[in-house]
Each structure stands twice: as C-alpha cells, then as structure tokens.
Design a protein around this ligand. Structure first.
Ligand SMILES: Cc1cc2nc3c(=O)[nH]c(=O)nc-3n(C[C@H](O)[C@H](O)[C@H](O)COP(=O)(O)OP(=O)(O)OC[C@H]3O[C@@H](n4cnc5c(N)ncnc54)[C@H](O)[C@@H]3O)c2cc1C
Length: 390
C-alpha cells in the first residue's frame, strides 16, 4: 500500500487564527488520520479514538457558539477543515459533518436550558452524535416518515425504525425526527435521544461499497421514553428543523467531496510524474495532461462554489439554493475526478495497492446522502420556477 500523497492546497483564509487552525488540522490528518486509512477501511474498523482526539482538540464543535463549548468559527473555515479531514479519510470528514448536523437542532432551536445542559458535552466533551431522519420506506420523501412519538404524561414514547443512520450503534446521542401529529411535514417533531436509552437497539451495520469504517445501521425504537425536556423546538416544527440542518449539512458534504477529489488528483499527479511509458513519464502525454487540468479546474470551481455558499451563510443571507448547487456540483465532481484518477493509474488504479479505487467508491455515496443529487436539482429548480404544480 502507498501512503496517500500529501494534500497541499493554497487556501484563502480570513484570519491568522484560521490559518493556524487549518495547519493544525493538516498536521493531525497527516499524523493520526491518514496512516492506516486503507487497512482500517478494508477491515471496517470505526476509528472512534480519532473522534475523541478531534473533540479534545476542539475540532468537533467548530461552527458553534463558544459560550456552549463550540469554536466560534465561520462556516467558510469549518468547511475547509472538513475538506482537509475528508482528504485524509472520508469516514472521519463525513463523521464530523454528521456530528455537526446532529448538533444543529439543539444549538439552533433548543431553549437556553437545553443548550446549557447538552451542548458542552456534544461540542467538546467527547460525545459523538447521529442524525435520524431516513426510514426504510421514507428516503427522498422524508416527510412521509412513520416513526411515532406519543405523549405519555410528561414523557414521549418513541416507536419505529430509522434506517441508514451514520454512527448508528456507536453514537452517544441521536437527533430523532418523529411523527407527533398529522401526516406530512407539519406533524413531525425533533427529539434528543441518549445513545443508551432503554428500548433503543442498533442492527448490524450495513455492508457497504465504501466508507466501511463508518458504521451505517438501522435503529429500532421500541417504546423509547424521553422526557418532554428532550423535545427540541415546538411540536410540529421538526421537519423545518431537519431541513435547516440539511442546508448546512449539504455544505459539509460538498466540502468532503472536494477533499476526496483533491486527494485523488494528488495521487494522479504524483503517479503520472513517476510512471514511464514509451521512454517518458506518462505526465508528458497531452491526453493525460488535459485530463489532469480538467480535474484540477473542476475541483477549484467546486471549492469556490461551496465557499461562496458558506460566506452567504456567514453573512446571515439565504444560502439554500447555493448549498444545493454546491452539494450537486462538488459531489458530481468527486465522482468524475476519482474515476479519472483510476484511469490515470491504469491497471494499478484498479488495485487495492493504491488509494484511488477507494476514493472512487467513497465518492459514490456523496451523490446519495443528505438528499440525492436528483433531490438537489429539485431544490434548485424550485428556487427558479417555484413549487411543482402537483
Ligand atoms: C452511507 C449512507 C449514510 C447515510 N447516513 C444517513 C444518516 O446519518 N441519517 C439519515 O437520516 N439518513 C442517512 N442516509 C440515508 C440517505 O439520506 C438516503 O439514502 C437518501 O436520502 C436517499 O433515500 P433512499 O436511499 O431511500 O432512496 P430513494 O428515495 O428510494 O430514491 C431512489 C432513487 O430515486 C430517485 N428519486 C426519488 N425521488 C425522486 C424524485 N422526486 N425525482 C427524481 N428522482 C427521485 C433518487 O434520487 C434515487 O436515485 C445515509 C445513506 C447512506 C447510503
């Protein structure tokens, strides 16, 4: 196995503090995350100790308020940190993004008491989160979810099955969307459920094409009881909370996708410089030079797109359309670039001896999670042409 080529990107960061932060992350990525990635992914080992290290280093709550243990970083900085982590190992970059998604409800919609009670442990106290929206029969049409939360005195009793949950079975807390009222989007409420709640069980992790180190599991809620103090936001506000979390989460996926694509490009450039055919490095051939140039151009365009959306978010401006565009473009870019990287390496690219085949398998999932790219196009089209008429 070769170690992944160093990930060197010249970044435009807003402050000296953020430059130091990204340098720290690169150092952690090179020392603690990248080594062993290939073997651990192949073995399906979840690197929990890396998340503990990131929490101890203040990297699990970067975009959140420091009053509650967060890092007070603008989204444009947080996303570039995610990109660095994903370039080293997608399981880690995506895991941090999902954790952040799971914190969104309490941080954005929780009462002061809820934020004070829960956030410090979530943002920097070593806890790891998961976000539970999808169900076996409710994927793209998430508003049709059927997991039910029924009132019982001061408690809620949650019953149903969530599917495809990243960190399912290993998370310390779950942000759960459940039906408390009418059919459709208006009958859904958000809850914060502890990982060790009675009646909550995770199935064996799914056997996946890639990201094998990141457990993805069904969760069964068999009469899980939580107090009303763990209801986040108003009754019926859950779907709006879930969508708001996804707007931000999609930017995380976009940044992870650019990290994966950049890692694949670095591998391809390094390999093309060293591999000789016809008595010259293959990097001499225009057919490959143009391919590398197109890969680099798409990556930079994707990075510019996600950063533009992040800067809008940082300025409290609407960014939902740009987030959907960034998720769509960056993840399609990751897919194209990683396929091309395999091509640049020829037969060696198709083996487990080089990381590009893994990067290609990892890129695929990014076109699916947090709203498939078909759903992103629907979101973008609604901004252009209004809601569909039926
Ligand atoms: C590795 C992994 C991790 C995940 N992690 C999480 C998680 O942590 N939390 C969570 O809640 N979910 C998670 N998911 C679930 C993910 O968000 C869903 O897989 C995704 O939303 C798609 O739902 P589905 O798989 O049911 O596909 P479906 O909705 O059944 O879609 C199947 C196909 O039909 C297309 N399609 C559906 N509706 C339309 C339409 N109206 N127009 C055009 N095309 C359409 C889709 O684009 C897709 O190509 C994860 C999934 C994976 C694979």
């Amino acid at each position: 196995m070769t170690d992944r080529a160093p990930h060197v990107v010249e970044r435009r960061l807003p402050t000296e503090e953020s430059r130091q932060l990204v340098a720290l992350v690169r150092d952690i990525a090179q020392r603690e995350i990248s080594p062993g990635a290939a073997e651990e992914e192949e073995a399906g080992r979840f690197p929990r100790e890396v998340f503990t290290l990131l929490s101890d280093s203040g990297l699990l709550g970067l975009p959140y308020d420091s009053a509650y243990g967060g890092g007070d970083q603008p989204y444009e900085v947080y996303l570039q940190v995610l990109e660095e982590l994903a370039a080293a190992r997608l399981t880690v970059g995506l895991g941090v993004s999902v954790h952040s998604l799971a914190c969104h409800a309490v941080a954005g919609y929780g009462t002061k008491e809820q934020r004070t009670e829960h956030l410090p442990a979530m943002l920097g106290g070593g806890l790891l989160g998961a976000y539970c929206l999808s169900e076996p029969a409710a994927g793209s049409d998430a508003a049709s979810l059927r997991t039910k939360a029924a009132r019982d005195g001061d408690d809620w009793v949650i019953t149903g099955t969530k599917a495809w949950i990243t960190h399912g079975g290993v998370a310390d807390f779950y942000t759960v969307l459940a039906r408390t009222g009418v059919e459709g989007a208006r009958g859904i409420t958000a809850f914060l459920v502890p990982g060790d709640a009675e009646g909550l069980e995770a199935a064996a992790p799914e056997k996946k094409m890639g990201m094998k180190g990141s457990p993805t599991a069904q969760l069964n809620f068999d009469g899980v009881r939580v107090s009303d103090a763990r209801r986040i936001g108003e009754e019926g506000q859950g779907f709006a909370i879930a969508l708001s979390a996804l707007d931000s989460g999609r930017l995380g996926i976009a940044a992870c996708a650019i990290g994966v694509a950049q890692a694949a490009l670095n591998e391809a450039v390094g390999y093309a410089a060293g591999r000789q055919q016809f008595g010259r490095p293959i990097a001499d051939f225009q057919g490959l030079r143009f391919m590398l140039a197109d890969m680099a151009t798409q990556i930079e365009a994707g990075r510019a797109l996600y950063l533009e959306a992040a800067r809008l978010r940082d300025e409290d401006k609407p960014f939902s359309r740009q987030a959907a565009m960034a998720k769509l473009f960056c993840t399609d870019t990751a897919m194209r670039v990683t396929v091309d990287a395999v091509q640049v390496l020829g037969g060696y690219g198709y083996t487990l001896d080089f990381p590009v085949e893994r990067l290609m398998r990892e890129a695929k999932v990014l076109q699916i999670v947090e709203g498939t790219n078909q759903i992103q196009r629907m979101v973008i089209a609604r901004h252009l042409a209004g809601p569909e008429t039926r």
